[in-house]
Ligand binder design. Structure first.
Ligand code: PSV
Ligand code: MN
Length: 391
């Protein structure tokens, strides 16, 4: 079979691919050294949504936008939902935030202080109310909880406290809603975090029920971790709820997905496909969790979703039958060769042609550049306070 006839067999999967964008990617961000402002940066949740809608308009890949509360707090979420629909997108995952209030200095859901825990639980109740108003399905929890010094607090007590807090939140979810618990091995806590790894997240969500699942952020692992193995295992266990895609060179860099290690992204997507994570009935959510510190934000998001699409197409091109036969024969190099053939297939011209056939621009990056949107927001968005990390 030629590459183009093989490509024709994978387009049904590509057609239903959807990658959720994080509202915070459109605001200013940086490091602890400096947050650089950019002309045209959104000042409101509505402006972030308008920017996200541009990504969907030129790629057809990003129909939903995740909100972060309180950064995206508004008076009326139904109105925000209607506004998003008018722009051509829907509201998606609601991310809670228990890492910026003074009260959470020593933890939130895992804190040893019951009053602090209750405050954090109440915040999640607010997020669940928002889920109802926006019609979103997922509540995503990432905790900054942890300690900096051995002996600082009782690790075991904190696990028990976390389990209790999560149970209270889970009990409040609507029947169609899900809780996804994200893990991260360090930062801002440096000695231990209360949800450091997929095993801890899995143990905690398994105790809750079927609608509690693990969120895998690709930037939240120690260097050298075989992330695709975790993907395979979580899919096997039916507990992979969602992805936060990004790239890292060193820590939680939040760089453009597929930029640091395209082959790793390919390997991850190959396991997703192998485990049924892209089947029609799959409930795995694919999201970006990135920050664009120095590059332009909207093109940064366009590049990101295109990278995911490109590696998905390559991973779908793996000749599964031939690979399976080679694996069963212990044909080590043969199997590896089949796998690598798919990785090295340049699908960009085929994707461009396919996009055009669906009424989308062949090159979304160019289409956005030529749209004049950047100049428009730069001249219109004058004054006010630009949204940024923490705003
Ligand atoms: C933490 O590093 C994280 O990846 C979580 O997903 C948060 O929701 C996100 O960053 C933004 O704070
Ligand atoms: Mn994340």
């Amino acid at each position: 079979m030629t590459t183009s006839s093989r490509f024709a067999t994978i387009t049904p999967v590509l057609e239903r691919q959807a990658i959720e964008l994080p509202s915070w990617a459109f605001g200013n961000s940086g490091t602890r050294f400096r947050v650089f402002g950019t002309p045209g940066t959104p000042r409101t949740p509505q402006e972030k949504i308008s920017d996200a809608a541009q990504v969907h308009a030129v790629t057809g890949l990003a129909p939903t936008v995740a909100l972060h509360i309180p950064w995206d707090r508004v008076e009326d979420y139904s109105e925000l939902r209607s506004f998003a629909k008018e722009q051509g997108v829907d509201l998606g995952t609601i991310n809670s935030n228990t890492f910026q209030d003074e009260e959470y200095k020593y933890g939130s859901l895992a804190s040893s202080d019951p009053a602090v825990r209750q405050r954090a639980i109440d915040h999640h109740f607010e997020c669940i109310d928002i889920l109802h108003a926006t019609g979103s399905r997922d509540l995503k929890i990432w905790l900054a909880d942890g300690t900096n010094y051995p002996g600082q607090d009782d690790i075991r007590r904190r696990q028990d406290a976390l389990a209790e807090s999560l149970a209270a939140i889970y009990a409040r979810l609507g029947d169609d809603q899900r809780l996804v618990l994200e893990y991260k091995f360090f930062e801002p806590s440096f000695y231990h975090t209360d949800v450091p790894d997929w095993g801890t997240s899995y143990a905690q969500v398994s105790a809750l029920g079927d609608r509690a699942l693990v969120c895998l952020d690709t930037g939240h692992h120690a260097p050298g971790t075989n992330i695709e193995f975790i993907v395979a295992q979580l899919l096997r266990l039916g507990k992979l709820g969602s992805f936060d895609f990004n790239s890292r060179f060193y820590a939680d860099d939040d760089l453009i997905v597929g930029s640091a290690d395209p082959f790793q992204l390919f390997r991850i997507l190959a396991e997703v496909i192998r485990g049924g994570g892209m089947d029609e009935d799959s409930a795995v959510a694919f999201m970006l969790d990135q920050c664009h510190n120095i590059e332009e934000k909207i093109p940064g998001q366009i590049r990101s979703v295109l990278n995911v699409q490109e590696m998905t197409a390559r991973a779908l091109l793996i000749d599964r039958e031939a690979l399976d036969a080679a694996q069963r024969e212990n044909d080590v190099l043969g199997a590896n060769g089949i796998y690598m053939d798919a990785f090295y297939t340049d699908v960009r011209p085929l994707l461009a042609e396919w996009r055009e056939g669906r009424g989308l621009p062949a090159d979304p990056m160019v289409a956005f550049r030529d749209s004049g949107y950047t100049d428009k927001i730069r001249s219109e968005r004058v004054g006010g306070t630009q949204a940024g990390w923490g705003a």
